[in-house]
Design a protein around this ligand. Structure first.
Ligand code: MN
Length: 748
């Protein structure tokens, strides 16, 4: 162990590479002439120091494990940073070595890989007794998977290291106690092998499957191994003969740079054919296969012609995955022919590039390409993008995932889309999400200023549905702002609520205006000077007294009809009224006195509500004493009331109107985003508060919002306010207003 975690261990001057390290370095040197050998040595040395004193269950020094993992990755021809990170992959977790030390010695890239591997942990698959527990465990697992896949897609190398780590642990699983062995083997079969398949690293996938198979089904494993071993010598003879024949044929036809090899069948796939699909061992013909690797694509087809000249093709068993690659990018020609011994023989023909992609998958990307300077080409980018898509798109291909992984992933990923910023950051969004959602997830200000988006380099409309693996570039403009349409495009709750908040704010401006007008009218109606009364100072004081926030919020509340004009004016004009009282020095009377209406009213006068504003108990109400029709009640806010008061002030009385059981009709206008079932949601809110709806009409506006006009029966203002604030809280609702003039109230 390192005493001081911050110190940098230095290679002793008499350092000699242990044999296994020397062979690793030799192998890497062949692959890449410019290898920084010292860096590899130092990584090994740091790991050796960090793990000193630790042993594996087998009794070996712990450092043999990271070294073995590095060997596996060298076989995959991974890049130098990956090899260094592999040597250090257990250092952060199992020793006091700090992240700073790794960064200082090997740089950010290596640290990021080591940290990635350290964090990449799959939760154990729990044994559960009840269905409910099982479902909960699956949800937890899926959630962790999601986070990990996100991390993985940022840098595939993390997962490649993890797979190599798992492969070595599987190779040395024999020393583990049985129970642990089974758990790890199951996890390997369920999670790691399918993930290796997803990433296209078939070399690792096969090995993981065969190793897990050995522990999970020891009897079947023994039987399959035995069957294969028995027929091996005969098969090898036949195979050699086939290879020689094919090589001669190719040479005769002018081929020079090519490779013909026998293709081994892995045990687990034989087992699956026998035990899952019910074939007899003798029926599995493709135990021998031949692979031809040539220089370029046109050669593939030439070779195919020659193979078909040599041996008779079996109709219907030719597949051209070059012209039509598999969804994971796999390319090759596959044909089945009647081989030299009268048995079916599968021949695969591909270029070296295609071969590396097929064997190494995502790992092929980091393989050293002489003369390329290791720069990412456009083709590399496209390939990476396809791989990300492939990895994330669990529902697309069912064949390569285990049943367990499939169920978990299907639950989760069918509902989710992972898109990327041009820098490669992952943004996870619900299915159906659009560039608007993406923009708001990056930053609210980006969302607000969005004017368009490019998906995979192409301009798209804002309602474009994003797909897994899309690279999204948001286009913004400083003077742009959200429109009501966006509520239709946005699928995420957070984007929607931000857009709605913005629209409300816009609406608020209108309400502030209306509120100010109403106050002004009232003040003038009382004979005061509006300019003197309606000052910022007095408004702020009134707002504070009424707990309405600032003066603007107070005005907005008045405009929305959430607080009565009279109450506010009462507060605003306190000074003036006090002076008036002093001047009059007698009991206060309004111009024409006060009357009481309703069952509690002592005056017992006949009264009617005016249709223009439909007052209810609790509203600031005035009465107009009509000729022979009793008292007509108006809300003080009502412009008609103001007109009447100006025309015949002596007929206006203040009204005292307590609530009773009688319901009164009022009109509400609700502006919402148009969606099915919304009316039902609103009706539910009304139902909860036992509010009767006597009429409702919906009008769809061209911008996909809707105006909903409703007539409700309420006992008083308080009840109405309770209902409106609940409706306003529904996510689709843009505004709720009580209408009292114009069309909105005409049908009352
Ligand atoms: Mn490890």
């Amino acid at each position: 162990m390192i005493e001081d975690a911050k110190s940098r261990p230095t290679l002793p001057s008499d350092w000699e590479d242990p044999e296994s390290l020397a062979s690793l370095i030799d192998q890497l040197r062949v692959q890449r002439p410019k290898l920084n050998v010292r860096r590899i040595r130092e990584a090994y040395f740091l790991a050796e120091c960090a793990h000193r004193g630790q042993t594996r269950l087998s009794g070996e020094a712990y450092v043999t494990h990271p070294l073995a993992v590095a060997h596996i990755l060298a076989d995959l021809q991974m890049d130098e940073a990956t090899i260094v990170a592999a040597l250090l992959h257990d250092v952060l977790e199992d020793s006091p070595t700090s992240a700073e030390t790794i960064e200082r010695m090997f740089g950010k890239e290596v640290l990021h890989l080591v940290e990635g591997v350290t964090k990449l942990k799959f939760p154990p698959i729990e044994e559960t007794s009840t269905k409910k527990q099982a479902a909960e465990a699956r949800v937890r697992f899926a959630e962790t998977m999601r986070k990990m896949l996100m991390a993985m897609t940022r840098d595939f190398r993390v997962m490649v290291i993890k797979l190599a780590d798992r492969l070595h642990n599987m190779q040395t699983l024999g020393v583990m106690p049985e129970e642990k062995r089974l758990r790890i083997a199951r996890e390997t079969m369920d999670i790691y092998a399918p993930l290796a398949g997803r990433l296209g690293i078939w070399q690792i996938k096969w090995q993981l499957e065969d190793l897990a198979f050995q522990y999970l089904h020891p009897q079947e494993f023994a039987r399959v191994s035995e069957l294969i071993a028995k027929t091996r010598s005969k098969r090898e003879e036949e195979l050699n003969e086939t290879i020689v024949t094919l090589k001669e044929k190719l040479e005769q036809n002018g081929f020079r740079n090519f490779e013909v090899s026998g293709r081994p069948k892995h045990l687990y796939s034989v087992y699956q054919k026998m035990y899952v699909h019910g074939f007899e061992f003798e029926e599995i013909y493709d135990l021998i296969g031949v692979r031809v690797i040539v220089e370029d694509e046109s050669d593939c087809y030439k070779v195919l012609g020659l193979v078909h000249e040599l041996w008779k093709p079996i109709p219907g068993l030719f597949y051209d995955y070059i012209a039509k690659p598999k969804s994971n990018g796999y390319q090759s020609l596959h044909t089945k022919v009647i081989g030299p011994h009268g048995e079916p023989l599968e021949v695969q023909i591909r270029t070296l590039d295609m071969h590396q992609m097929a064997e190494f998958g995502v790992a092929a990307h980091w393989q050293y390409k002489p003369g390329t300077g290791q720069k990412m080409t456009l083709e590399d980018h496209t390939r990476m993008q396809r791989l990300r898509k492939q990895l994330l798109d669990f529902s697309a291909e069912t064949a390569s995932g285990s049943e367990f992984l499939q169920t978990v992933s299907m639950d989760l990923f069918s509902e989710q889309v992972f898109a990327f910023t041009p820098k490669g950051d992952v943004i996870d969004l619900p299915h159906g999400a659009t560039p608007i959602d993406f923009a708001f997830r990056i930053h609210t200000q980006v969302g607000m200023k969005t004017v368009g988006a490019k998906v995979n380099g192409r301009i798209v409309k804002l309602d474009h549905e994003l797909e897994n693996g899309d690279i999204v570039e948001v286009l913004t403009r400083r003077d742009s702002m959200p429109s009501v349409d966006w509520l239709r495009f946005a699928k995420t709750i957070s984007a929607r609520s931000k857009i709605r908040a913005f629209l409300r704010q816009e609406n608020r401006e209108a309400n502030i205006h209306r509120g100010k007008d109403a106050l002004e009218r009232e003040i003038k109606g009382l004979g005061f000077d509006a300019k003197q009364v309606l000052t910022e100072e007095r408004l702020s004081a009134a707002a504070a007294a009424l707990a309405k926030g600032d003066s603007k919020s107070l005005l907005a509340s008045v405009g929305e009809g959430l607080i009565s004009v009279e109450r506010v004016v009462g507060l605003l004009t306190e000074t003036e009224r006090r002076q008036q009282r002093k001047a009059k020095a007698g009991p206060v009377h309004t111009a024409a006195g006060v009357i009481s209406v309703g069952p509690g009213g002592v005056d017992n006068v006949a009264f009617k509500r005016s249709k223009c504003c439909l007052p209810v108990p609790g509203d600031e109400t005035i009465g107009y004493i009509s000729k022979g029709r009793g008292v007509i009640l108006h809300r003080k806010l009502c412009p008609n009331a103001t007109k009447l008061a100006e025309a015949s002030p002596d007929r206006i009385v203040s009204v005292n109107w307590p609530k009773d059981k009688q319901p009164w009709a009022v009109n509400l206008r609700i502006h919402t985003v148009n969606r099915q079932g919304l009316l039902a949601d609103i009706t539910a809110v009304l139902g909860e508060s036992k509010t009767n709806v006597s009429a409702a009409t919906i009008r769809t506006l061209p911008n996909q919002t809707a105006l909903l006009d409703m007539t409700l029966d309420v006992p008083d203002l308080r009840h109405l306010q309770g209902v409106t604030s609940k409706i306003a809280q529904l996510p689709e609702v843009i505004s709720v207003q009580r209408t009292f003039s114009g069309k909105g109230s005409a049908k009352a």
